[in-house]
Design a protein around this ligand. Structure first.
Ligand SMILES: Cc1cc2nc3c(=O)[nH]c(=O)nc-3n(C[C@H](O)[C@H](O)[C@H](O)COP(=O)(O)O)c2cc1C
Length: 322
């Protein structure tokens, strides 16, 4: 399943010259796509939160499609974000419903590229302007995919641009967006990065049943946890039992760095830097102290179809500078 859900935040697509073209193009080019036109569904801004959340739950890839208004999203899309990304859905103790999904910001910008520059009249780069949206994606645990945006998309007859020019730029934008979606679904590095995000969000919860983990481990996996060796699923279960006796659920694993390198066909080396922020039990070896620990991890991984199998798992303490 690789379902794409597109949230269209344009407040009036009937009056659009470019977002409408982009939506038309992707509805034809992308299979398994659902386009949710907020202007049509919620002209009164009264968002059906339940329906929107259900749509997001069914998605693997979420695209936010919008025209750039006042250096942000249009008010209708902002209302959608405020209502739909609610506590215990998108954030909070059990707010993990979007974790691991890929999110692509796709937007049209009126001003030319040269204006989004320290010396231009918009002063800041687009990447700087969209930081709050990027952080929103991070906080929900979604994977922030490189955004797709196009400049010079405003059309005012006789004043700015030609209709045919902005529309052909909209088609080129749609082609780039389709390629991005294709890469998210098929690019091994992106698939593995998504798997890593899901893997650690399960570790945040520390479920009693560790089958959720072992199904992604090869039978003969070798685990080296800070110098202690464990072998196979049995070894993982031993280590996991100790981890559950030490760390309280609700800890945080932050993936601070990730690098995926192809070794041979379907075989990858994954290098990670993980920060663990956790509370521990008082009767554990860590005696109830709070932990803020940085580790390096190296995994050997096989990716067949879209199934990830870890064959070797190494965790090392990061050397502290003296
Ligand atoms: C209310 C409003 C605010 C806008 N704010 C910006 C802005 O901050 N920066 C910018 O480059 N363009 C801005 N624009 C231009 C829009 O980005 C541009 O008209 C839009 O991307 C074109 O999309 P459409 O053809 O689908 O309507 C604004 C337009 C409107 C109507």
């Amino acid at each position: 399943m690789n379902k794409v859900v597109v949230i269209s935040g344009h407040p009036d697509l009937a009056a659009s010259n470019t977002n409408r073209v982009i939506l038309d193009e992707i509805s034809q080019a992308v299979s398994e796509v659902e386009i949710r036109r907020l202007d049509e569904c919620y002209p009164d801004f009264n968002i059906d939160v339940e329906a929107e959340q259900q749509a997001l739950l069914s998605a693997d890839v979420i695209v936010l499609q919008f025209p750039f208004y006042w250096y942000s999203v249009p008010a209708l899309l902002k209302k959608w974000l405020d209502d739909v990304l609610s506590y215990n859905f998108a954030y909070g103790a059990s707010g993990d419903k979007l974790k691991g999904k890929a999110c692509i910001l796709s937007f049209t910008v009126g001003g030319p590229e040269s204006s989004y520059d320290p010396l231009g009249y918009n002063h800041f780069k687009i990447e700087q302007m969209i930081r709050p949206l990027q952080q929103t994606v991070y906080l929900t645990g979604m994977q922030f995919i490189e955004p797709v945006y196009t400049h010079g998309m405003v059309y005012i007859p006789g004043v700015y641009n030609e209709l045919s020019d902005v529309q052909s730029k909209a088609k080129a934008h749609a082609a780039r967006l389709c390629e991005r979606i294709h890469n998210v679904i098929h690019d091994p590095a992106i698939q593995i990065e998504r798997f890593v995000g899901e893997w650690f969000s399960r570790f945040d919860v520390l479920p009693a049943d560790c089958a959720e983990f072992t199904r992604s481990l090869s039978q003969d996996i070798t685990l080296d946890m800070m110098g202690d060796q464990y072998q196979g699923h049995e070894g993982f279960r031993d280590w996991y039992t100790t981890a559950r006796r030490t760390f309280k659920p609700g800890c945080e694993h932050l993936v601070e760095q990730i690098e995926v390198r192809e070794k041979s066909k379907e075989s990858y080396r994954v290098e990670l830097r993980i920060r663990l922020i956790a509370e521990t039990y008082s009767d554990s070896p860590l005696g109830g102290q709070a932990v803020n620990l940085l580790v390096n991890e190296v995994w050997q991984v096989n990716l067949v179809g879209n199934l990830v199998q870890i064959t070797d798992y190494q965790v090392m303490a990061v050397e502290q500078a003296k």
